[in-house]
Design a protein around this ligand. Structure first.
Ligand SMILES: Cc1ncc(COP(=O)(O)O)c(C=O)c1O
Length: 380
């Protein structure tokens, strides 16, 4: 059956520039000279984005005859669209309220014709994914692990020390969700596969480096100040070009053959992942302890396991009106509004009620406190 996505509910242009941004900004001081990622990254493909990595995984693992894939019903379209483009038959399996998977429901969805299954590590939390992957190992399906939000689990694939994690056929991550890069996806494939990825020219690479260092933005400000002209907005290097395939909103076929910026790989390898991990966990603890307004909502998880490193704090609102109130107050919360229509009532409800609160490594104490007071002052 063809997949239909819900339309977006809110439009980012309705909201002011955030004072608490969803993602961190680039800082030279956050990089280390020595390589921080352990193990061999050369077997990892650095793609333009996570959806490109998913598309390459889908290409590498495609069967010559039938391709029926199970995808969790709670998702963003960027996860589903590459499989639509590749001609997979897509079926959705339900998620529980805590975003774990009910294995008996998954077993029911796993009919004989299913050839692939996607497992998502939502927002950096493990849920019962290891158990789900173990369950799938005993079945004739190829497992694609979506670590778009779980860079720290993704790195387990090439960190020699870790071998207690269950193996999958492919694993992807989205680098710019956690690190301050313009672009970046990464792909691990269990079986060798050659994907030809094209790098952009060195001139474009240099422009992008200048962009993340804030040089064109600073020059723009100086020009405006000198000429008294309105500021010309620096074009976002991350802005996507018009999609070649109009029915897909996020995935572009060119993503399948595009390498990330070269400096994205450098930032990936030289970021102090231990410090980032500790900060994100500490911010999670601070925010979940201090946000206390049950009339407005509750965090989906109140505790972290030793392996959880939050990308954001999933928070369940009592009423979706709070989303726009929070955005209007400059808190850049996100929400997956465009899930596909399915039988999963949790996913359909979470499309408006489950918000993502930033907890990234660069939030200052002032921003954390302002986040807390904004939430605590909301009225039901
Ligand atoms: C769970 C999940 N998978 C995959 C993707 C795609 O990642 P990217 O935006 O890097 O293409 C996203 C992005 O929103 C995501 O949230």
């Amino acid at each position: 059956m063809a997949v239909s996505f819900f339309k977006p509910i809110a439009d980012a242009s309705q909201f002011p520039k955030p004072r608490v941004p969803a993602t961190p900004k680039f800082k030279f001081s956050a990089l280390k000279l020595a390589k921080c990622v352990q193990g061999e990254v050369n077997d990892t493909l650095f793609t333009r984005n996570g959806r490109g990595a998913i598309g390459i995984a889908g290409t590498a693992l495609k069967n010559t005859d039938s391709n029926v894939i199970l995808i969790p019903a709670y998702h963003c379209p960027a996860l589903v669209e590459p499989f639509i483009w590749l001609g997979y038959e897509i079926r959705f399996y339900p998620v529980n309220e805590d975003l774990s998977v009910d294995i008996s429901m998954l077993e029911r969805a796993l009919t004989d014709d299913v050839s692939h299954c996607v497992v998502v590590r939502y927002f950096g939390f493990g849920q019962n994914n290891n158990e789900v992957i173990e369950f799938l190992h005993a079945r004739p399906v190829k497992v694609i692990e979506d670590c778009a939000h779980s860079l720290f689990r993704f790195t387990d694939h090439f960190e020699n020390s870790v071998n207690s994690v269950p193996q999958v056929d492919a694993s992807i991550c989205s680098i710019n969700k956690i690190l301050p890069t313009i672009d970046g996806g990464a792909l691990y494939l269990k079986a060798p596969y050659h994907a030809q990825l094209n790098h952009i020219s060195w001139v474009e690479e240099f422009k992008a480096c200048a962009f993340i260092a804030g040089i064109p933005q600073a020059l723009d400000k100086i020009k405006t100040w000198l000429k008294g002209k309105p500021e010309t907005k620096a074009a976002s290097m991350a802005e996507s070009v018009e999609n070649e395939d109009a029915h897909l909103r996020y995935f572009q076929p060119v993503d399948l053959t595009s390498a990330s910026y070269r400096h994205t790989k450098f930032i990936f390898c030289h970021s102090d992942l231990d410090t980032i991990k500790a900060k994100r966990r500490a911010n999670f603890a601070y925010l979940t302890q201090h946000i206390n307004n049950p009339a407005v909502g509750q965090p989906l998880f109140s505790q972290l396991t030793d392996d959880d490193v939050p990308y954001v704090i999933p928070f369940l609102l009592t009423d979706d009106k709070h989303f726009s109130t929070l955005r209007k107050q400059g808190i850049q919360i996100l929400r997956w509004e465009e899930v596909a229509i399915s039988d999963c009532s949790v996913s359909q409800e979470y499309r408006s009620l489950l918000i993502q609160i930033p907890c990234h490594q660069q939030l200052t104490q002032h921003q954390l406190d302002s986040l807390v007071s904004t939430f605590n002052q909301l009225r039901a």
